[in-house]
Design a protein around this ligand. Structure first.
Ligand code: GDD
Length: 315
């Protein structure tokens, strides 16, 4: 069996590659000329890397024709919400055009494969207090250009399934983290700041944004197992929440991380870290996915936070 991971050198992509290799799957992955290879350095002998710009239809068609994958995990994206306010068109173009190019290549070449689409809980956006835990049937009220790009990705997945029979499965993944998480994202950012303070590289002050937001975190290693099951047991054309079913305020996350460190650290709000509109609460109901695939998260949040802090201490 052959699997193609778009964005293999990224945070989720590298964990997905490790998971698939353990399953004995032949792994292809896309990189761009400026991709950093540190997350997949240890895998280079075992995977096929293809330089591909997903925004370029010719580049994508060549990729699909050469790899002829049975499974595609479409993980490549501009995934940081604040960047999408600074460059909204780039986020939308990157996330939407890349996916359409993959769909068109599969359709034109007549490749028989299943495609997992990494959509997002950000699509729910504004959530009313009586709407949690959030089910897939909840209204979509996106609050950022990034969220809009993910709504478009998801609806295109549905449309290509209906119009052309492409075997798409859409996963609305809630926040996920763990070792290798990019340093912009909240858990990694706080963990890195703590590790830098411990190393004496930074004053003992941690800078934070909105601490009142509530998020539902799943370990990335549970998430990649979910993506595999989505294609193995999920129903094509369907959308599934991937979540832990528990949420914390960002303040609770901060204090959890701080409790693992012995150094005295003060907390300071950095206005530049506040967003034009922030999603107040994301708490997911993953029962639809559990009933279909048997998946449930296995790694406790505390373990994920400790592993993440250890990761930054080792960098
Ligand atoms: N990044 C960051 N940095 N966020 C902060 C900070 C900070 O210093 N302080 C507070 N926050 C708050 C943000 O305002 C937000 O409410 C929450 O922490 C989480 O922020 P991020 O880690 O940047 O993630 P996100 O929730 O915006 O989006 C992530 O989850 C989505 C799924 O719900 C990303 O991984 C998306 O790609 C993903 O789709």
């Amino acid at each position: 069996m052959k699997a193609l991971i778009t964005g293999i050198s990224g945070f989720v992509g590298s964990h997905m590659a490790e998971f698939l290799l353990q399953k004995g799957v032949e792994v292809y992955g896309t990189i761009r000329h400026r991709s950093r290879m540190n997350h997949i350095q240890h895998l280079l002998d075992d995977i096929h890397l293809v330089e591909c710009e997903l925004r370029d239809p010719f580049s994508v068609e060549t990729l699909i024709e050469d790899a002829k994958p049975d499974l595609i995990f479409h993980l490549a994206a501009q995934s940081f919400v604040p960047t999408s306010w600074n460059s909204p068109i780039d986020t939308i173009h990157n996330n939407v055009a890349g996916e359409v190019n993959i769909f068109e290549a599969i359709r034109r070449l007549g490749i028989d494969c299943k495609i997992q689409l990494a959509c997002s809980s950000e699509e729910y956006g504004h959530v009313n207090p009586d709407e949690v835990p959030i089910k897939e049937t909840n209204p979509i009220r996106p609050l950022s250009p990034y969220a809009i790009s993910k709504v478009a990705q998801e609806y295109l997945g549905y449309q290509y399934f209906k119009s052309y029979g492409l075997k798409t499965v859409m996963t609305r993944t809630f926040n996920h983290t763990g070792p290798r998480r990019g340093e912009n994202f909240v858990t990694s950012n706080f963990a890195k700041q703590i590790a830098d303070i411990e190393k004496g590289k930074k004053d003992p002050v941690i800078h934070v944004g909105n601490l009142q937001a509530k998020r539902d975190f799943t370990d990335v290693r549970d998430v990649v197992r979910a993506y595999w099951l989505a294609l193995e047991k999920g129903v094509v054309g369907e959308t599934y929440n991937i979540a832990s079913g528990t949420c914390y305020t960002i303040e609770e996350v901060l204090h959890k991380l701080l409790s693992y460190s012995k150094v005295q650290i003060t907390v300071e709000e950095d206005p530049a870290r506040l967003r034009p509109s922030d999603v107040e609460i994301l708490l997911g109901d993953y029962s639809k996915f559990h009933q279909q695939t048997g998946w449930k998260p296995e790694i406790p949040f505390e373990q994920t936070m400790e592993d993440l802090l250890q990761y930054w201490r080792s960098q």
